[in-house]
Design a protein around this ligand. Structure first.
Ligand code: ADP
Ligand code: MG
Length: 334
């Protein structure tokens, strides 16, 4: 008799938990790393988890900011002596050097001196002359960065810039934290770079708007689960000189000039935010032909390239999960 009651009790609780309503959706927007970020959760304790997430992001910002005099990147850039850094920073640098090698220096974390010459670091933009740039270019060389364990050494006047990977890296770190908390459904938007954790609680995909590089509108919608979606373009941070020429903040490390090869934006879709972020910058520098070649040779990710004349080129899986807005011309990369 007692046993029967127990069984009854167990099946009753299973029934209740089976029907358990998903807690309400909570989205919070905040400003960090020079951009707006937002996080969406469906947890009983969403507010508490969001608070902890923001703390993690602030901690990373404090380590990696190039302008914060107390940051680890600042210490590396201003000492030219061996600097001992945290595991997070050592990982960031290790990964960056790896990606620089893989992309044959199209992504180069030592671009900072050139970026400064263009005024992108201060907002006081100017066009440096050729002589000034050729004097700075020898400082842009990832192969001269020495990383031994957690100790980093730069040659004189070199400087690191985490701008092209920090946000993707942050997405990965936040994802690990949320998964450790047992969260299986969350969406992190790091300044337009998306880290989708699992799917929505009802099992459907997250719908992500892909921004048009030409207007405030969208180029289309992506449906994703458990993926990172990261975009690089020159439509957000750029300046226009007196003669009307437009200069963007993604620099070709070979020339020291802003990449200018017919690409309006590059979106990379993959499993790791850090890789998508480094690649979005590198593929933007490469331009269409080299980006397609890189994808063929390396794989492991998908991409959406929008050309300056308004065409959308997608790898086959990207095409499957993407619905363009009307009026956009799409083509599948083969
Ligand atoms: P966003 O920051 O707009 O999302 P990216 O991820 O492409 O775009 O990062 C651009 C930033 O990366 C620049 O502001 C600069 O700090 C840095 N950067 C520019 N060119 C390069 C390059 N070739 N390699 C590595 N970092 C770069
Ligand atoms: Mg990037």
């Amino acid at each position: 008799m007692k046993k029967r009651i127990l069984y009854l009790f167990i099946s009753f609780t299973v029934l209740i938990s089976g029907c358990k309503a998903v807690p309400e959706k909570t989205t919070q927007t905040f400003f960090a790393m020079n951009t707006y970020m937002s996080i969406t959760l469906y947890e009983e304790n969403s507010a508490e988890i969001i608070g902890k997430t923001i703390n993690i992001i602030s901690e990373l910002e404090h380590l990696w900011s190039v302008t914060d005099e107390n940051s680890e990147i600042y210490a590396i850039n201003n000492s030219f002596q061996p600097v001992y850094v945290s595991d997070y920073t050592a990982d960031l640098i290790d990964f960056s050097l790896d990606m620089a090698e893989k992309t044959e220096g199209k992504f180069d974390p030592t671009i900072y001196p050139v970026l400064t010459a263009w005024g992108f670091t201060t907002g006081e933009n100017r066009v440096p002359d050729k002589k000034e740039l050729s004097a700075l270019l020898p400082l842009v060389d990832y192969s001269k960065v020495i990383l031994e364990g957690n100790t980093v050494t730069l040659s004189e006047n070199m400087a690191l810039d985490s701008g092209a990977v920090a946000k993707g890296f942050t997405g990965d770190i936040v994802e690990s934290f949320l998964k450790e908390q047992g969260i299986t459904s969350a969406l992190l938007d790091v300044g337009g770079n998306i880290q989708a954790i699992g799917s929505k609680p009802d099992g459907t995909d997250w719908e992500i708007g892909l921004r048009s590089p030409f207007s405030d509108g969208l180029a289309g919608i992506l449906e994703v689960s458990d993926l990172s979606v990261i975009t690089s373009g020159n439509y957000e941070r750029f300046f226009i000189d007196e003669s009307g020429v437009r200069y963007g903040h993604i620099i070709d490390p070979e020339t020291g000039y802003p990449a200018d090869n017919g690409m309006a934006s590059v979106t990379v879709i993959g499993n790791e935010g850090r890789e998508c972020d480094a690649l979005s910058t590198a593929l933007y520098v490469m331009g269409y032909e080299k980006a397609v070649e890189y994808w063929h040779n390396n794989g492991g990710f998908d991409m959406i390239l929008i050309s300056e004349n308004g065409n959308i080129f997608l790898t086959p899986y990207a095409a499957e999960i993407f619905t363009p807005e009307s009026g956009w011309n799409t083509e599948i990369i083969s």
